[in-house]
Ligand binder design. Sequence first.
Ligand SMILES: *Cc1c(COP(=O)(O)O)cnc(C)c1O
Length: 450
Amino acid sequence: MSTSTQGGPALPQERRVVTEIPGPKSREMFARKQSAVPQGIGTTLPVFVTRAGGGVLVDADGNSLIDFGSGIAVTSVGNAAPRVVERVRRQVGEFTHTCFMVTPYESYVEVCERLNQITPGDHTKRTFLVSTGAEAVENAVKVARLATGRQGVVVFDHGYHGRTLLTMSLTAKNMPYKQGFGPFAPEVYRAPLAYPFRWPTGRENCAEEAAAQAIELIDKQVGAGNVAAVVIEPIAGEGGFVEPARGFLPRILEYCRANGIVFVADEVQTGFARTGDLFACEDEGIVPDIICTAKGIAGGLPLAAVTGRAELLDKVHAGGLGGTYAGNPLACEAALAVLETIEEDGLVERARHIGSVMLPRLRRLAEQFGFIGDVRGRGAMIAIELVRPGTKEPDPAVTAEIAKRCHAAGLLVLTAGTSGNVLRFLPPLVMPDHLLEEGLTILEKAISEV
Ligand SMILES: *Cc1c(COP(=O)(O)O)cnc(C)c1O
């Protein structure tokens, strides 16, 4: 796939390791980072990037790394993607900000029109734009509370929804997201998630039993009539790419419909072709009342969206929603370029193709190595869960060791999971096949060496 931009020559689509990783220049900059930036801002791999595109990240020492991270599922169309570069470059010379709430501009409206068309369901929708995923989820809860006159919010084990007060309260994992940052927002209730690999009575019972437990928890501990919203990721992202057992999401949705509860799908990580559907909800025909999107929406420019039933979103009084930078014109142009790229370059199919390359190779590895407990995911959102052989006991140490070996060999991988024992793979959807295969070969080698 071409990665040339108006801005310069195409980046060679190759892995190239010319120094230790990180190299001397990166190490020098990292030392500066350590004295200028608090350690609360973590670093997965301390190489300092100077260019990126297609399936590679190029660092200050001239190394070219294969990117299995996409900046956490953001640069799905590739970094500095040609259409994004072109539209943003044109826009930056026209105007950079007016604040949409002060004097509007067309691109914001066009992004909203497009999202109303392409998100699941053919009901009348409205969309408004914000800047981050957390902001989108937080606003979805605001809308649901106002529209229902209720306060309760139900979330799930292994859920991740952001780092603001409300969204960290919605998030399941204590360390590092919540530790010491309390007290948390009230009226948040956590239900079990249908986690097939870890369901005590087996995968086959998982959907039904987990849904029954979640519903009983809501009925008995909260009262359905007190619940404004259920907020759920159709595939749990930070929680370790947990695909709820099939049947779980439809059952929860049905319960929400029967009880006037707003079903909010957090598709911040799963959206925009990542899972081999435009939105992960489509896999089981889920039509959420509100869908939150961000990450993959604008090729790296900060943008997020809340899309939902017109009758819900229209309940909010004028001025009740918004933000100074929300729907920034550069980000809106980038989003329009991303949507065009997904469509014209067939990136939904491309995500499916990536899954069809990765899953069989990873499953073969799992047969060989007892510490790969589970292989899962859809499209270009794939993970392996690592355990002590013969058990389901999480093994975060072996997970970190494999990641370290991949990094040293020039393959960026990310970890995830409530126990830190999941390796997740999120390649840009435009990654050429030879890099995808080479990345998998490096991973196989790292796994066979630990
Ligand atoms: C990343 C993420 C968020 C938070 O998005 P930010 O842009 O980091 O605020 C929320 N929900 C999910 C599912 C995410 O993956």
